[in-house]
Structure formats: structure tokens, C-alpha cells
Design a protein around this ligand. Structure first.
Ligand code: PMP
Length: 489
């Protein structure tokens, strides 16, 4: 890492970064002036609350050693949840155990990645068999497994999204989607949304619209951000439905003013995940889709968090907004924990890829088996319906909690993807990030794992597994209620 004014934390250092783009679009050679802030803690990931009494949690030499070595041997930017990090030991369906033997009801699943249960035996057995038979070939050889997964995906995707490209992560999935959109349309500009999270590569960071993930001079040439449909904190200071979803029109205004007028793609998450489960009104994506088509662009739905039934009823979140996208990207819950990335599109768009394409690990036999087994389990156990039914039940219970605890300013989400945005005062809506951390810490001590997010670090993210039951929800609500009651304001 480049050090500037070391010893002076929080010092804004302006660096001039000259970036030459050697891409297929020869007109592009750009200069970027970036602002670089040192040592900025990412409050949306972890905010030390100084709340947990260390003595309250039993510690063992095992966890102390793991935490100490994590500190010593991993980049400090790889932050952990909790003042006293949880060193996970084993998982079984909706439960996780730490090395001290404490049992937790897991309502976050990693980060919405364990979609159908930790070490679900129906999946693990197939993965284990495949590990012992054939682990790797690269994309240079077709396997029955990559083909079977791609065929399964083609059966459940909306519209004519029939051809897949497999990678290892959501970041790569989004990279591939934008690259292909640029090749397919011959345009370069991409429109994304503020508060988006797209991944950790240079391009994905440029699409991401959260300052903590954009440090050290993210080069955003060709990427513009429209205001997002954040009804609780409307960027246009309007109120739904009287607003007539005016935020959607910003996409057109941005295309006309912030781009060349021709864009390659619009990319968005149906529900902004890292952003704090920001859930657009029902009309939003239909309006945006029309605008995107008017300008000859492709609509990319980033379903890294919202895919595979998470939002209930439908396989993909965007279907709940009645839009059929040109491309879907996904990862996380698709493989119930194995590293997998997907970019699926129409044969016509896929066929416009120029040059060669390769992914050493993409679609390898083991991940392909895991992902297909996950999708089949979701299908066989009718989990799209379960996510809707249990998700609706969960939502009702969360609204009851809101009525009881004034900290909860907003309840939002869809299906089994629900969030609580915490505020100090419901009128001023001043964010309450410390309280969010405290609730998380208390929940952990009470035996419930939940996540956090949002630009202000004040949103609790709740995403139980797709095969969660109403009894699990009742248990989680009881523990949440207790946790909120224990938080000192
Ligand atoms: N898109 C979205 C919506 C995500 O939530 C994430 C990860 N949080 C990514 C892309 C990047 O995925 P990965 O971490 O697998 O690269």
C-alpha cells in the first residue's frame, strides 16, 4: 500500500492518478484525479461499540489464537464482525457453532450464501462424491457437470436467457456482464445506481457506490450513477406514491447529461444488498427498463444476493418487478457456499463476445455439482413458495417489533431478505449505527447471527436460509426482541 503522511490518520491526501485505458475502444485514454483517505474505518462492516463485556463470552485458547493469527497474517482491511470475533467451527443446517461450542441460529448465512443450510447433507454428499471422482478440468474440456448445470439454469431463467458463463464470484460475474454488454452494443457507458455494491475488482468498484469501497482512486470512466429508489430517505425528498417514482426518470436524465447518449448497460440489484436491502417501489424497474431500451442498452440484473428464490415466489428478484432482463449475474447462494459466479444471457448477446474467453476454475466439476444440487433442492422442496410464505410471516413479526422498539425506523425487503433500519429519532431519521452494532452484539450473545449494512452502517440485514421455518422465525424474533430490549440508547 502507498503510504501518505504516515502517522497522521484521517488525513485527506490528494493524489493524481493517471490512468491509460488499453481497451478495445481506442478513443479512451483518461485521466482521473482521486481523493485518497487513509485509515478510514468501514462503519458499515464493523463499528466497535465498546459494549460487550469481554467476560460475558467464554473464550478459549483456540479462538484467541485464531483471532491473533488473523490479525498478524491477514490484511487488516479484512474486517470481522463483533468486538470479540466469532471463530466458527461447524455448521448444521440453520445452526452454526463456534470453537467454544456456543450454538447460534444463523440468520445471515455467511453473507446470504448458505442458502439451504450449513453442510446440507443432500448437497455435501454429492460434492464429496465429486471431489473424490474429478475435481478439475478447466473450461478446455466439456464435462457432464458444467453442461448439466447450464441446462438446469436455462430451464429456470426468465425469457430467452439460455447461455451461461461460469466464474468464481459475483465480482467476476459482473465484470463479464459489463464486458459482454460493451461488446454487444458497441457502446461503452454504463449506468448504475447510488448505494450499489458490485464487487472488489477495479471495474466492480467503479460500479459500487459506497465511499468505503472506493478508496485510493477508483477509476470510474464510463460509469455513472443515478439516484436510487431509497423511499425511506428519498434522494429527491419526495414521498411515494405521490412522487410518481420520479427517481426512475433520473436514469434518463443521467444518460442525456452524464454519458455519450448511448449506453451499453444499466446494472442494478433488484434489492440493494450491501446498501441495506433498499427495496424499490413496484413500478421502478418497469419504468427504468423502458428507458434502458429507448437508449439501445442492455439491462443487467445483479442477482448475487436476490437470486435463487431469496425474494420469494420467483427464481430471480427482478421477476418480482415484472422485468425480463438481458443478463443476470449471480454467485453467493447459488452454490450454498462453494465459490461460483454466473453470467447468463441470450444466445444472441452471448454470441457477440469478441476474442477468446476462459475461466480456469469457472464451472469446475465440483462447483457445478454443488450449484445444480442447490437449485434442485430449492425446486424439490418448493423453497420459492417457502421464502414467500415464511418471508411474509417474518415481515409481519418484524413490523410488530417495530411497533415495540422506537429504534426501528424502517422495515423493508421481500421474501427472506428483510432489513431493519435503525434511527435515533423517527422524525429526524438520524441514523443509529452504534445501536445497530449493539443489537448485533447482543443478538450474538443471545444466540442469533444477523448482518449489518447500509451506507450509514445502521441497517440490520436478516436473511435466513430458504428452508427456514416459522418456528425458526419465532425463535429469531424472540432473540431480537430481547436484544433490542438490552440495548441502552
Ligand atoms: N454483487 C452484489 C449484489 C453483491 O452483494 C456482491 C458481494 N457482496 C457482489 C456483487 C460481489 O460478489 P463477490 O464477493 O462474490 O465477488
Amino acid at each position: 500500500m502507498i503510504k501518505h503522511n504516515s502517522g497522521q490518520p484521517q488525513v485527506e491526501v490528494l493524489i493524481e492518478a493517471t490512468a491509460a485505458f488499453f481497451v478495445n475502444w481506442p478513443c479512451l485514454a483518461a485521466f482521473n484525479t482521486a481523493s485518497y483517505t487513509e485509515n478510514v474505518e468501514d462503519s458499515s462492516v464493523t463499528t466497535p461499540a465498546h459494549f460487550v463485556q469481554a467476560s460475558e463470552l467464554a473464550r478459549s485458547a483456540r479462538s484467541e489464537e485464531a483471532v491473533a493469527k488473523h490479525k498478524k497474517y491477514l490484511w487488516p482491511s479484512v474486517t470481522n464482525y463483533f468486538q470479540q470475533p466469532l471463530v466458527a467451527d461447524r455448521g448444521e443446517m440453520q445452526h452454526l457453532w463456534d470453537v467454544e461450542g456456543n450454538k447460534y441460529l444463523d440468520f445471515f448465512g455467511g453473507i446470504l450464501t448458505v442458502s439451504v443450510g450449513h453442510c446440507n447433507p443432500k448437497i455435501s454428499s454429492k460434492v464429496t462424491a465429486q471431489v473424490n471422482r474429478l475435481q478439475h478440468t478447466s473450461t478446455l474440456y466439456p464435462t457432464e457437470h458444467i453442461v448439466a448445470l447450464a441446462e438446469k439454469i436455462a430451464q429456470i431463467t426468465p425469457g430467452n436467457l439460455q447461455q451461461s458463463f461460469f466464474t468464481n464470484s459475483g465480482t467476476e460475474a459482473n465484470e463479464a456482464a459489463i464486458l459482454l454488454a460493451r461488446m454487444s452494443t458497441g457502446s461503452f457507458d454504463v449506468v448504475a445506481l447510488r448505494h450499489a455494491y458490485s464487487g472488489g475488482s477495479a471495474l466492480a468498484k467503479a460500479v459500487t457506490a459506497h465511499a468505503p469501497y472506493r478508496k485510493a482512486g477508483v477509476i470510474s470512466v464510463g460509469i455513472s450513477h443515478a439516484v436510487n429508489p431509497y423511499c425511506y430517505r428519498c434522494p429527491l425528498h419526495l414521498k411515494y406514491p405521490d412522487c410518481e417514482v420520479a427517481c426512475a426518470d433520473d436514469v434518463e436524465n443521467l444518460i442525456q447529461t452524464g454519458t455519450s447518449g448511448n449506453i451499453a448497460a444499466f446494472i442494478a440489484e433488484p434489492i440493494q444488498g450491501v446498501g441495506g436491502f433498499i427495496t424499490p417501489p413496484k413500478e421502478y424497474f418497469k419504468i427504468v427498463f423502458k428507458i434502458v431500451k429507448k437508449y439501445g442498452a442492455l439491462f443487467i440484473s445483479d442477482e448475487v444476493q436476490t437470486g435463487w428464490g431469496r425474494t420469494g415466489k420467483k427464481w430471480f428478484g427482478i421477476e418480482n418487478w415484472e422485468v425480463i432482463p438481458d443478463m443476470i449475474t449471480s454467485a453467493k447462494g447459488m452454490g450454498n457456499g462453494v465459490p461460483v459466479g454466473l453470467t447468463v444471457t441470450t444466445p444472441e448477446i452471448a454470441g457477440s463476445f469478441q476474442g477468446s474467453n476462459i475461466a480456469t476454475f469457472g464451472g469446475n466439476p465440483v462447483t457445478s455439482v454443488a450449484a445444480k444440487a442447490t437449485i434442485e433442492l430449492i425446486e424439490e422442496d418448493n423453497l420459492l413458495e417457502n421464502a414467500h410464505v415464511v418471508g411474509t410471516y417474518f415481515r409481519g413479526k418484524l413490523e410488530e417489533l417495530q411497533a415495540k422498539h422506537s429504534l426501528i425506523g424502517d422495515v423493508r425487503g421481500r421474501g427472506l431478505m428483510q432489513a431493519l433500519e435503525l434511527v435515533k429519532d423517527r422524525k429526524t431519521k438520524e441514523p443509529a449505527p452504534e445501536a445497530a452494532t449493539q443489537v448485533m452484539e447482543r443478538a450474538r450473545q443471545n444466540g442469533l447471527l444477523i448482518g449489518k449494512g447500509g451506507l450509514y452502517g445502521n441497517t440490520l440485514r436478516l436473511a435466513p436460509m430458504l428452508n427456514t421455518t416459522k418456528a425458526d422465525v419465532d425463535e429469531a424474533i424472540k432473540l431480537l426482541d430481547k436484544s433490542f430490549s438490552e440495548v441502552k440508547q
